[in-house]
Design a protein around this ligand. Structure first.
Ligand code: GLU
Length: 511
């Protein structure tokens, strides 16, 4: 076997990618890159009935957005291709036949109606040792009858013959030794009547042919492990089997069970990586990307759902994750998803990002909100002033709109109760001062100068500056938010500040 680490993400293209799926990609990717290995994307599309148009492209787009580029994939190519299982159909039958020849698998001729009747008659029916002999297969039927059925091209599936009374064991890289009682495992279908393999056969054959050394997948695949282990044993030998790790579940915020798409809908947060529109129903599920998450933040928060480096450090770049990742720091227990924490990660990454790059990302949101940007450098400056306050990219719209035009809604109700003549006089004089300076060609001043002039005027009017700050903010911004008021004035300049103050004064005096 190749000694180079080779891992794979092997999704079935059935819809959008749940954040648990992206975390599976991430842990595979980090492990591979930490060890200088390869990350392979293999599309497991053997179940044609579950195939969804657009899902493969969605997966590729998601990986590209996250910066988790496969070394080999249906589009990146590679020497172990093709990377879609539907295009590898010729590979599988041979192994199914080998299993039959070895006595580890058998033909089953039961029709859909036979199976249905059995299910109706036997509660919790499992096609396994308990009922195998009651069914129509090459173990229960006499040899000549089987030969006849095969000769007549009677449709059949091939099932694995799970051995009786065996303990099937493997060492999970996260959980340690895991064992299963073979008597509780059913005879899974390996090859379907249409000649397509099922997931169980295809995953084992392809992990072998693609020389996969490590396979990390969601905990929900643990029950399939005994079937895969037996197939490895029968076909290739257990010493060649990849090292397995079953990643802990991502749990609902209250810790009660696996986080589902429906939880996101119910609680108002994304669960998919990117927006996904179901081509059959046109139903759209929102994604982290379109909600305004940065890919750096998304990757970072996913890594922390189940892993840490043993310190309190929470902010990691992809490079830092690659350098620090190890499986022994992946928790066994499920990780609760906390949307507020997810937004905190995004805020931290927004703060880290340079203003120029942020401007590029934010621009489409502003354009969408009909905000007119006259100068790019102005936008960059505004971004620098407000980015600490933004958790998600769309927050830049609300936090910045007043920099691009006077606010349309002004919360004068918050000023009115404490409004009096003294304040009125103060703001009359302040706006007159600003207007005078503007007329003299003085467009703006640095925030610090504006602040000291403001304080001086407050002293003259015998009002504490603190009492004037909220009215000033509301006059400029429309509400109780935004960065420092003098930074705002410096940025929007004296002329605009004057007209906003005057406009608000006219509303207040009209009341
Ligand atoms: N095709 C499986 C899925 O959709 C792959 C599971 C595995 O990694 O073995 O997740």
């Amino acid at each position: 076997m190749n000694s180079k680490v080779r891992v794979r993400f092997a999704p079935s293209p059935t819809g959008g990618l749940h954040l648990g799926g992206v975390r599976t990609v991430l842990f595979n990717y980090l492990f591979a890159k930490h060890h200088g290995g390869d990350f392979i994307l293999r599309i497991e599309d053997t179940d044609q009935s579950r195939f969804v148009a657009g899902a493969e492209k969605y997966i590729l787009d998601t990986l590209a957005w996250c910066g988790l580029t496969p070394d080999e994939s249906p589009v990146h190519g590679g020497k172990f291709g093709p990377y879609r299982q539907s295009e590898r159909k010729v590979n599988y039958k041979h192994y199914a036949d080998q299993l039959i020849a070895q006595g580890n698998a058998y033909y089953a001729f039961d029709t859909a109606a036979d199976l249905e009747a059995k299910r109706a008659a036997v509660p919790n029916f499992q096609y396994s040792r308990a009922h195998r002999m009651e069914m129509k297969n090459s173990i229960s039927l006499p040899e000549n009858e089987v030969a006849e059925l095969l000769k007549n091209n009677t449709p059949y599936v091939i099932r694995i013959k799970i051995p009786d009374n065996e303990t099937i064991e493997f060492v999970d890289e996260i959980r340690g030794t895991v064992s299963f009682d073979s008597n509780a495992v059913d005879d899974k279908v390996l090859l379907k009547a249409d000649g397509m393999p099922t997931y169980h056969l295809a995953v084992v054959v392809d992990d072998h042919l693609m020389e996969i050394t490590h396979a990390f997948r969601g905990e929900e695949w643990l029950p399939s492990a005994p079937v895969h282990i037996l197939l490895w044993k029968y076909l290739f030998g257990l010493d060649l089997m990849p090292k397995w790790a079953h990643l802990p579940l991502i749990l609902k915020p209250d810790g009660n069970g696996k986080l589902s798409k429906r939880d996101g809908e119910r609680l108002g947060f994304p669960v998919f990586a990117m927006d996904w529109t179901d081509p059959n129903t046109n139903a759209r599920t929102i994604g982290f990307k379109e909600r305004g998450f940065l890919p750096e933040a998304f990757v970072n928060l996913l890594a922390m759902l189940g892993w840490n480096d043993g310190t309190d450090k929470e902010i990691f770049s992809l490079e830092e994750l690659i350098a620090g990742f190890s499986l022994d720091r992946v928790h066994k227990g499920g990780a609760k998803f906390d949307y507020e924490k997810a937004k905190w990660f995004n805020q931290e990454w927004i703060k880290k990002m340079d203003n120029e790059s942020l401007a590029e990302l934010v621009k489409p949101y502003l354009v969408e909100a009909d905000i007119v940007i006259h100068e790019h450098s102005y936008l960059v400056k505004v971004i620098g002033l407000i980015k600490e306050r933004c958790h998600l990219l769309p927050d830049f719209v609300t936090q910045s709109s007043f920099f691009f035009g006077a606010p349309s809604i002004i919360d004068t109700a918050s000023i009115a109760p404490k409004w009096d003549v003294k304040k009125q006089n103060f703001f009359d004089e302040l706006s007159a001062q600003y207007a005078e300076k503007t007329a003299a060609g003085e467009i703006t001043f640095p925030a610090l100068e504006l602040e000291s002039a403001f304080k001086e005027l407050a002293t003259k009017h015998e009002i504490k500056p603190g009492e004037l700050m909220l009215p000033l903010r509301i006059m400029l911004v429309g509400g109780k938010f935004g960065p420092g008021v003098f930074e705002i004035i410096e940025t929007i300049e004296l002329k605009d500040a004057t007209s906003r103050i005057k406009h608000c004064l006219s509303i207040l005096s009209a009341n």
